[in-house]
Design a protein around this ligand. Structure first.
Ligand SMILES: [Zn+2]
Length: 110
């Protein structure tokens, strides 16, 4: 029988492709580090609150969101800011801008 790690490895590429196609990391980054400093920042609370609010858009089923979170967890992203730190930097987006703003995220609680 397929174990959890094998399952996540099998779906990971699809999940990351969907996230890339939907600009998930860019949207998450914009919410946590808005380009306009006057905009309120979404704070990481050590959970996936911001990520799930970004993901629960038309076209995403709650089962899909659960799978996405599991894939992110398997990539050492255990909260909203760690998604930007660990997943964005390592695999999905090579944007220098995103990596730069990650340094701001480090200072957030969580
Ligand atoms: Zn965090």
């Amino acid at each position: 029988m397929e174990d959890e790690a094998e399952y996540l490895e099998r779906i990971a590429n699809d999940v990351l492709a969907v996230l890339t196609a939907r600009h998930f990391l860019e949207v998450l980054d914009d919410q946590m580090c808005p380009p306009d400093p006057a905009q309120p920042r979404a704070q990481c609370t050590g959970s996936y609150d911001v990520a799930t609010s970004v993901l629960f858009q038309p076209g995403f089923e709650s089962d899909d969101v659960a799978d996405i979170i599991r894939v992110l967890q398997a990539r050492r992203a255990h909260c909203d800011c760690e998604i930007l730190l660990n997943v964005a930097e390592n695999s999905l987006v090579s944007s220098q801008n995103l990596i730069k703003t990650n340094r701001d995220v480090i200072n957030m609680p969580g």
